[in-house]
Design a protein around this ligand. Structure first.
Ligand code: KG4
Ligand code: ZN
Length: 341
């Protein structure tokens, strides 16, 4: 990789307005404004997300960067994500690139999460495997080389983070409830309530599914609690749901990796859900069992951030993958990671 190449990266795909400057994989700055207004709505409200991105984008970008003259390129998340939220970051990146005559790089958000374990680290060798577990995605990916990806397993319905957030909501926690569910689960018995293990016996399909588990959880909660759920019941319910949700993920990953045509020794793990300590523990044990070294995203770059967008952009910079005509860069709300190269 070229030395001393600085990228200003912008991310607005969901409810975080973020900007960062990276020099290859080294983080020089990282600024983020997390929108809290979605908490009572049970999910992200696109119009509120857009309004807040518009209100904060200039401040966030300014704070991330001292002097644009030292920047070699501007990068931005072009998808996947909420179209009207993505648009705010894309417009800002285009404006800066045009005004200051910088190359523009379009980055896939999942590729960002996938490469986030490389933040401030350079010793990961490829091919490798990657796991992205976030609010919108649950994907096990073969990284043949950076920029060349193949999806090995993914969810048929809800993403892991989405499932945890829905379970948390059923227990009365505000959105996004994944982290609150983890706290409650740490105090409860994971074997307290029996929930179905998704795709049991169908591991060969390399697919995850959380909708059945979620429905079973809703039924369970209504039978356990005729009235208001007690703290102790809540902890047991949280622990039982989280336990099954993770067990399912680990089983599918174990099966996919064990049956994969190549023997790979590195697994990169990124995305908001990997802030969860219990999941880190289970993946670490799986790594020991399979003889695979696991590289987790640093805690501060698990959730959405612009550092990961800058890292992915650095590799695109070196390959000359720039947006040729700025007017053609549009939002790609359903951009798949295996089409991101
Ligand atoms: O990567 P991210 O910030 O956004 C997406 O790209 O989706 O991930 C957000 C997800 C949410 O579902 C949130 O509940 C979950 O990550 N999350 C957690 C924890 N912290 C955040 N899930 C479980 N345990 C946590 N500690
Ligand atoms: Zn994300």
């Amino acid at each position: 990789m070229r030395e001393f190449m600085k990228i200003l990266a912008i991310e607005t795909s969901a409810d975080d307005t973020a900007a960062a400057v990276v020099e290859n994989t080294t983080v020089l700055s990282s600024v983020k404004h997390t929108q809290l207004e979605h908490a009572d709505w049970g999910g992200i409200v696109p119009s509120i997300a857009r309004r807040d991105h518009l209100a904060f984008i200039d401040k966030v970008v300014e704070k991330s960067m001292h002097n644009i003259d030292t920047i070699d390129a501007v990068a931005v998340t072009a998808g996947p994500g909420l179209a009207i939220a993505l648009e705010v970051g894309i417009n800002k990146a285009k404006e800066l690139a045009l005004k200051y005559d910088k190359p523009l790089i379009a980055v896939n958000h999942i590729e960002g999460h996938l490469l986030s374990p490389m933040a401030n680290k350079i010793d990961i060798s490829y091919p490798a495997l990657g796991l992205v577990v976030s609010g919108g995605h649950t994907e096990l990916i073969f990284i043949e080389e950076i920029g060349k990806y193949k999806i090995l397993a993914q969810t048929l319905d809800d993403a892991l983070g989405e499932a945890l957030d829905k379970a948390a909501r059923i227990l009365g926690m505000p959105y996004p409830g994944g982290a609150l569910l983890e706290k409650a689960a740490a105090l409860g018995n994971p074997k307290k309530y029996l929930l179905p293990l998704p795709m049991a016996g169908r591991e060969d399909q390399n697919e995850l599914s959380y909708s059945g588990l979620k429905a079973a959880f809703l039924r369970l909660v209504t039978t356990v609690t005729s009235d208001k759920v007690t703290e102790q019941e809540k902890n047991g319910l949280a622990a039982s749901f989280q336990n099954r949700a993770f067990e399912h993920l680990i089983r599918i990953i174990r099966h996919s990796i064990s049956n994969f045509e190549f023997q790979i020794s590195n697994l990169l793990v990124g995305g908001g859900v990997i802030a969860n300590q219990e999941l880190r523990k289970r993946l670490t044990s799986l790594g020991e069992e399979l003889g695979i070294r696991i590289y987790f995203a640093p805690m501060e770059y698990t959730g959405d951030n612009a550092v990961m967008i800058g890292i992915a952009a650095s590799f695109k910079y070196n390959k000359g993958l720039f947006v040729k005509d700025f007017s053609t860069l549009d939002r790609i709300p359903r951009w798949k990671v295996d089409q991101s190269g």
